[in-house]
Design a binder for this molecule. Structure first.
Ligand SMILES: *[C@@H]1O[C@H](CO)[C@@H](O)[C@H](O)[C@H]1NC(C)=O
Ligand SMILES: *[C@@H]1O[C@H](CO)[C@@H](O)[C@H](O)[C@H]1NC(C)=O
Ligand SMILES: *[C@@H]1O[C@H](CO)[C@@H](O)[C@H](O)[C@H]1NC(C)=O
Ligand SMILES: *[C@@H]1O[C@H](CO)[C@@H](O)[C@H](O)[C@H]1NC(C)=O
Ligand SMILES: *[C@@H]1O[C@H](CO)[C@@H](O)[C@H](O)[C@H]1NC(C)=O
Length: 402
């Protein structure tokens, strides 16, 4: 179960030593799993061989002519030799098979060639477990210890990830000597996430996962909503809070509890009595903390609340109305359909009584008539000095003669 960088290093040194001294036959070092198999295959086998010999350390595995080598009894059911490549397959591996393997070849021209490599056998890692804190963790107060375990053989590395990125040590995050456990103290909200612990060796790896949730807050409590609203509109005030788990809310208006317990405070139809101070209090039952924010709302008499679109509509409407009236006025003037004030001069000339008070009356009467007929009643003014008033006639048909 020991992490065995040292052993690797030693084996690598041995192998390199051989290769660097210019061995004739070369093949890579191998790792195998208990119960599994490996095959040693030289890179550059010679042709026309008289004798081939494989050794494990000083123990003979097989020797003889490549077509029919004799296998030593200990290896009888565990090896398979390929006379084509001179490769040796070792089956049903045991821990004790770790060590150095050598191949010696004598060619038909009586040359001797030799190569050596190493095998390391590992158990397959299994049953990796990750145990974390059981109790609720609170930001700034709690510490969290993760402990990992695994069965199986040599573990060459233990790696930790958080949310799929490597977890690195810091002043708060400390790994044990062989990375078997991690201690986080104190915890912060950013420590929330999925932790993975991976045990690996050259032949296997296994990962255990655990999700950590850090409780915190509430903080950053804030009411969002309008400051000034018109009378009779719907109003929403929303209360925000950073909190794990989600905060519960309560709302005060002018110091009295409103009974509202959602993050939203709704006024269906604003009234002047809704003006005042709203306080939202967020409460986290895990951290047992509460924080509040206040918001002033003013309900004012409507009218100032026209949208830009509405204003534009009104302006356009007014412009159309004005141009329409102007056009009508020009038309009526040109066609002499508007009674002219000088008519009363004619009337005076025709000998009707010309009281000074009546001199200003006709035009006023005309307007009176128009207004009345606009109201739906075809009633002529009692003073009918302008019965032939064509403006009225044009607009509303011939007046009834009284
Ligand atoms: C390997 O051995 C078999 C007999 O066991 C033989 O028929 C074959 O020709 C050999 N191959 C080589 C490349 O020597
Ligand atoms: C792994 O766990 C299973 C069930 O918990 C158990 O049966 C098995 O023996 C364990 N394997 C090892 C290698 O400990
Ligand atoms: C975590 O581990 C450290 C050191 O191993 C220990 O002092 C601390 O009490 C542990 N904390 C918890 C919550 O188990
Ligand atoms: C421990 O973890 C660190 C960071 O992930 C890694 O660099 C180191 O190789 C690990 N050590 C072992 C023995 O697994
Ligand atoms: C609420 O308080 C504001 C400011 O103090 C006050 O103007 C308003 O009349 C109060 N409204 C009610 C309904 O108490």
């Amino acid at each position: 179960m020991m992490v065995s960088h040292g052993l690797f290093w030693t084996l690598w040194m041995v192998t390199c030593f051989g290769e660097c001294l210019g061995q004739d036959l070369q093949f890579p070092e191998l790792n195998g799993a208990i119960g599994g198999s490996v095959r040693f295959t030289p890179n550059n086998p010679p042709s026309s061989i008289d004798v081939v010999t494989w050794h494990f350390g000083t123990t003979l595995i097989l020797t003889g002519h490549p077509d029919s080598p004799s296998v030593s009894s200990v290896y009888r059911d565990r090896v398979s030799f390929d006379n084509n490549t001179l490769s040796l397959e070792l089956l049903n591996l045991k821990m004790e098979d770790s060590g150095s393997y050598s191949l010696t070849v004598i060619t038909s021209s009586a040359n001797q060639l030799r190569g050596e490599t190493s095998l390391q056998v590992f158990e397959i890692i299994s049953n990796v477990t990750l145990t974390g804190p059981e109790e609720a963790l609170i930001e700034g107060e709690s510490s969290a210890n993760f402990t990992s375990e695994g069965s199986g053989g040599t573990v060459t590395s233990v790696q930790w990830m958080k949310d799929n990125s490597p977890l690195s040590s810091s002043s708060r995050i400390i790994f044990s000597s062989e990375n078997r456990s991690v201690s986080i103290s104190p915890v912060e909200r950013s420590d929330t996430g999925e932790y993975q612990c991976t045990y690996s060796n050259p032949v296997s790896s296994e990962t255990a996962k655990l999700t950590l949730i850090i409780n915190y807050g509430p903080d950053g409590v804030l009411i969002k909503g309008p400051d000034v609203v018109d009378l009779g509109v719907q109003v929403f005030l929303s209360c925000f809070a950073n909190s794990e788990p989600s905060a519960s809310f309560s709302w005060l208006f002018n110091g009295s509890n409103t009974g509202v317990t959602t993050d939203k405070f709704t006024i269906d139809k604003s009234d002047f009595t809704d003006s005042g101070e709203y306080i939202c209090t967020a409460f986290n039952e895990f951290t047992n903390q509460r924080k509040a924010d206040a918001h002033l709302l003013l309900v004012k008499a409507g009218g100032g609340g026209l949208s830009a679109g509405a204003i534009a509509g009104i302006v356009i409407g007014v412009l159309i109305a004005v141009s329409g009236i102007c056009g009508l006025f020009v038309y009526l003037t040109k066609t002499n359909k508007i009674p002219k004030l000088n008519r009363k001069e004619k009337a005076q000339a025709s000998g009707e009584p010309a009281k000074s008070k009546e001199e200003t009356e006709p035009y006023y009467e005309e307007l009176t008539n128009v207004q009345r007929t606009n109201g739906g009643r075809m009633a002529q003014g009692k003073n009918t000095s302008f019965k032939e008033n064509e403006y009225v006639n044009v607009k509303h048909g011939p007046p009834k003669n009284s």
